[in-house]
Design a binder for this molecule. Structure first.
Ligand code: HEM
Length: 352
């Protein structure tokens, strides 16, 4: 077919392949002789960046659902949020696996062009940093802030600093959890029968009093202090505490984890699960990246100027974003010990 006879969308134009496929310019070629493996190095980074773009697209859209002052638990919004978060998890899983590809690069082959790359580094990946900041990683919690500010151009650093001032996904999740219904309205609790005749903490809802007692009695000798942890996380809002979830949000999240088998709590439970999956996949990626770095450059400093694998190991340990949600599992009890809910509440949490 003649070019001018072709009508409609054309594959390569639609995908703008001329731009994408013309965007690999190995530094080694500019310096004289092209190092064979630099192409792989560029393409793997570019494909990561494309997937980061997709992840940001999904996370951004999910955040707009949660920015609403009301998000109905049985609404399409919540189902879509779950679906998109699952997609993010699936992409991240593929990104962890893609470390296999970069691992086909050997240290000697990498050395052929590594010095040309200084001071560039994955450390300067804006999309990666935007993702961390959008999800909820805050500057004071970042390990190695000095590398962070020295490695980025001011224009990029300002973008991240501005982003960190805005509500992050973890903040929106906090507000959503705080809004969980069922507690303000006594109609769901007026028939509630208290099981225990003592209080662990004063001024707490009858249901939670029973929960605290049950939890306390379930603890083994060497974990008796866990009760203090539960009280502190779920019933005390202390400005000193560095918890990203308020006591109310933590309590409601715990309730979702405990009673997740009721239909209305299924989607909220899946939201929480997906957040933990995101953290897990990101940490798996960090871990595989570290192991790859260890093999590739040993104890040398990174091209971005950090201490290399030691920096990365600290970032792995410190940069979990949804750790407060993961930590709530310390406060679970067995299903058979769960306080019995009133029929009205059970009905409200069921379909039909
Ligand atoms: C030969 C392969 C690679 C080596 C030797 C390597 C090495 C390093 C090192 C040493 C750092 C710490 C910062 C520095 O001082 O430079 C780093 C950070 C980073 N790299 Fe790589 N990297 C490689 C491949 C990749 C790939 C394929 C990606 C995909 C996007 C990537 C993304 C990142 C990111 C996002 C960071 C920042 C991590 C953080 O701050 O927690 N790296 N890399």
């Amino acid at each position: 077919m003649k070019d001018e006879d072709y009508k409609g969308v054309y594959y390569s134009e639609y995908l703008q392949l001329d731009k994408i496929l013309d965007a690999q310019a190995p530094e080694s070629a500019k310096k004289g002789e092209e190092a064979h493996d630099e192409m792989l190095f560029i393409i793997i980074h570019q494909s990561y960046e494309l997937w980061f773009k997709q992840i940001l697209h999904e996370v951004g859209s999910v955040m707009t659902f949660f920015e609403k002052t009301k998000i109905d638990d049985s609404s399409p919004d919540l189902a879509q949020a779950v679906h998109r978060l699952e997609r993010v998890v699936t992409i991240l899983t593929a990104l962890v696996k893609q470390i296999d590809i970069i691992e086909t690069l050997t240290p000697l082959d990498f050395l052929d062009y590594r010095d040309n790359l200084r001071p560039a580094s994955g450390f300067q990946s804006m999309q990666f940093k935007i993702l961390e900041a959008s999800l909820g990683l805050r500057m004071p919690e970042r390990y190695g802030k000095k590398y962070y500010t020295s490695a980025l151009k001011d224009s990029d650093r300002i973008i991240i600093e501005e982003l960190e001032k805005k509500p992050k996904f973890i903040d929106l999740i906090n507000d959503w959890l705080e809004r969980m219904p069922f507690w303000e309205d006594n109609k769901y609790w007026q028939d509630y029968q208290r099981k225990f005749d003592y209080n662990v903490e004063e001024g707490v809802h009858d249901f939670w009093q029973d929960y605290l007692c049950t939890y306390k009695e379930s603890l083994g000798e060497n974990e008796k202090d866990n009760i203090k942890g539960l009280v502190s996380v779920c019933f005390k809002d202390d400005a000193e505490k560095e918890n990203r979830l308020s006591a109310k949000a933590s309590r409601n999240a715990l309730f979702i984890l405990l009673y997740r088998d009721y239909p209305l709590l299924q989607a909220p439970y899946q939201v929480l699960q997906n957040l933990l999956d995101i953290d897990e996949q990101m940490s798996l990626w960090r871990f595989r990246h570290i192991n790859m770095v260890r093999r590739m450059i040993g104890g040398r400093v990174g091209t971005g100027g950090s201490t290399g694998k030691d920096y990365l190991m600290e970032a792995l340990n410190k940069h979990y974003i949804f750790k407060e949600i993961a930590n709530l599992t310390s406060f679970l009890i067995e299903r058979r010990r769960l306080p019995e809910l009133c029929p009205k509440l059970i009905k409200a949490m069921s379909f039909g």
